[in-house]
Design a protein around this ligand. Sequence first.
Ligand code: OGA
Ligand code: ZN
Length: 386
Amino acid sequence: MGYTYLVVNNKYIVKKIEKKNDHLSISWGDNFKSKYHFLWLRDNCPSAIHPTANMRVFNILTVSKKIFPKKINLNQNQLDIDWSEGNHKSKFNLQWLRNHCYTEINNKKYNSPYIFWDSNLKKNFSKIKLNHNDIISNDSYLKKWLKLLHSHGFAIIKNGPTKKKSGFRILKRISHHRETFFGTPFEVINIPKPNNTAYTAQALRNHTDLPYFEYAPGYQFLHCLVNNATGGKSSVVDGFAVANYLRKKEKKIYKLLTETYVKFKDTDYTQKAIRVLHSPIITLTKDNDFNDIRFSMAAMGTIDVNPKKMKKFYDAYQFFASLLQNNKFKIDFRLEAGDIFCFNNRRVLHGRTEFDPNSGNRHLQGYYVERDEIIARLNYFNKVKV
Ligand code: OGA
Ligand code: ZN
């Protein structure tokens, strides 16, 4: 059966609605055709959602898979359904139905939020710099910062305070921090009997932090309190850009790095814990976009891949390592007191050159925040519909 309504070229107006075997078929004013399966409709009845908690209270087990609309009726911008079970009526807003049309959602081509960069970004370095107090006092700057972190995975906050723990203030503009056994903030300073190579004056090759965690911290914030020692220059490289280069130009290497499980580990002598994780160095999302990069020569365990694959793996690993240090991709810069170097720790690698601890002081304080928190706040500012 079908009803035909007045034709207006408006995507929220229903031109035609038909009851099929297991779904309603709706033709909209812009001629787009949507499918709405009966169980999906029942599950998404507005009454299924708690009015303040915004969570589903409806239990899918209270209806059978045979449920169907006994009666449907359109009035203005509403679709009414009388269900065959439970003596239940649903009232759907047509705009909501169209906005949640999963035919349309699944037709859409995936758009990556990431903007890859290489050493050319150094020419536009002012683009990734933001002023501390602007972010503190102004939501539009906060949004700009979050956007930059999400798209480029990297920003430098200038003119921040230099008091210990003062990094908390700007992080609280986002959300809570991610705790680790290093404490928050962690002190990046040259100490005797270091439990981590970061706590020496040695160079740190470009790496991601804590790759031995099942869920490595999403963002890292290195707040520079003092940096007047000789050396200790910072480096940064877009791991996704390098992975993308491999995806395009070195398909075999790319395949190995996305499929081979390698060992990451931490055996910090101050901890009563042994941390071991096997993961590929590059992981992907359901959309085949990059999920994360885990790379740290320092935190790499003794590799235990199949002997048949070991040589090939090492070739790929070494090649990736060489690109991550390559001038085509990496940017060198110097952190100044009051700077906060912010980066997506599951995308962007960071490092430093050796410094001379006798020539002056160098003290950074580090913080971690989950990637979820950055994205969720950005969604909030963008009024993302879910
Ligand atoms: C770290 C680190 C870099 C630096 O603490 O994880 O990489 O510049 N520090 O000291
Ligand atoms: Zn680090």
